[in-house]
Design a protein around this ligand. Structure first.
Ligand code: HEC
Length: 253
């Protein structure tokens, strides 16, 4: 037997022993990461993971659930009549980490085993999510969700508030449009956009910028509905960037 095989055998034996011991004393022991299956809802695995989360500066090579995945799900899935906690269609709730993983049947590192991903790429138009007549999620959002699952579907969040916030020469294409795409377009696009407000293109966004509704709603000012509806307030840097862009005349730059 070669050395690597011997090592593999030892590791395997160790895992078997752990499993046996686990079965005897601790029925809900957390499995090895790649065997992780959120089968039993009484397990506190998910809470344990979220408690581990501390605010760290954002690293552009990682996908952060709180900053990047949850806003997409809130905007495109977790609203009234669909997958918010009150509606919970098919028992699926997509407005917080624990429920996303459990009810969306997310299996870390396993794309095809994760229902949350499978429904996005489902070829049958009758079975895909979001259902017609809503459009499919844009490819970059589907890819982000895939990357998140393949990186382990963790509940990571980051905080860039210490890094400064660029509010000069704010670009519509590079900064404003991506913010709106992720946080607003799930509701404010398509044939029947929420509130009759279409934010899927420059003209629509500019119109709401000029009417004062865009800033009023994201800055949660009196007299405006708070946006994103049902979600957390955008982080202050994004609000400041949108405010700065509007102050410069909302250019298509
Ligand atoms: C979950 C769905 C949903 C999301 C996500 C969402 N909206 Fe809305 N929005 C609505 C609905 C429904 C209305 C109409 C009812 C109301 O005003 O509350 C609305 C109304 C508005 C209005 C009019 C508010 C007013 O008081 O005049 C603006 C502006 C707006 N949204 C902007 C945004 C922006 C910007 C985002 C992203 C940061 C966003 N919305 C995200 C559902 C959503």
């Amino acid at each position: 037997m070669t050395a690597p095989n011997g090592l593999a055998f030892l590791v395997l034996a160790g895992i078997v022993l752990m499993l046996i011991a686990g079965c005897r004393h601790e029925p809900f022991m957390m499995a090895e990461d790649d065997d992780f299956m959120p089968m039993d809802t009484t397990v506190t695995v998910i809470d344990t993971m979220s408690n581990d989360t501390t605010q760290v500066p954002c690293d552009s090579t990682k996908v952060y659930f709180e900053q990047q995945i949850l806003p997409i799900l809130r905007s495109s899935c977790a609203f009234s009549g669909c997958h918010d906690a009150a509606s919970a269609q098919d028992g699926v709730v997509l407005d917080n980490y624990a429920d996303v993983v459990r009810t969306g049947d997310v299996r870390p590192f396993d794309l095809s085993g994760s229902d949350l991903y499978e429904v996005l790429v489902e070829e049958d138009n009758d079975d895909r999510m979001p259902p017609a007549p809503r459009s499919r999620l844009p490819a970059d959002q589907i890819n982000l969700i895939a990357t998140w699952i393949l990186e382990g579907a963790e509940n990571l969040m980051c905080d860039n508030s210490g890094q400064g916030c660029q509010t000069t020469n704010v670009s519509f294409a590079a900064t404003i449009k991506p913010i709106i795409e992720v946080n607003c377009q799930g509701c404010h696009s398509g044939g029947a956009p929420s509130g009759g407000i279409d934010l899927s293109n420059y003209a629509g966004i500019k119109a709401r910028a000029e009417s004062g509704q865009l800033l009023g709603s994201i800055d949660w000012q009196a007299g405006f509905s708070r946006m994103p509806q049902g979600g957390a307030k955008l982080d202050q840097c994004k609000i400041d960037q949108i405010a700065a862009w509007i102050a410069e005349g909302a250019p298509e730059n």
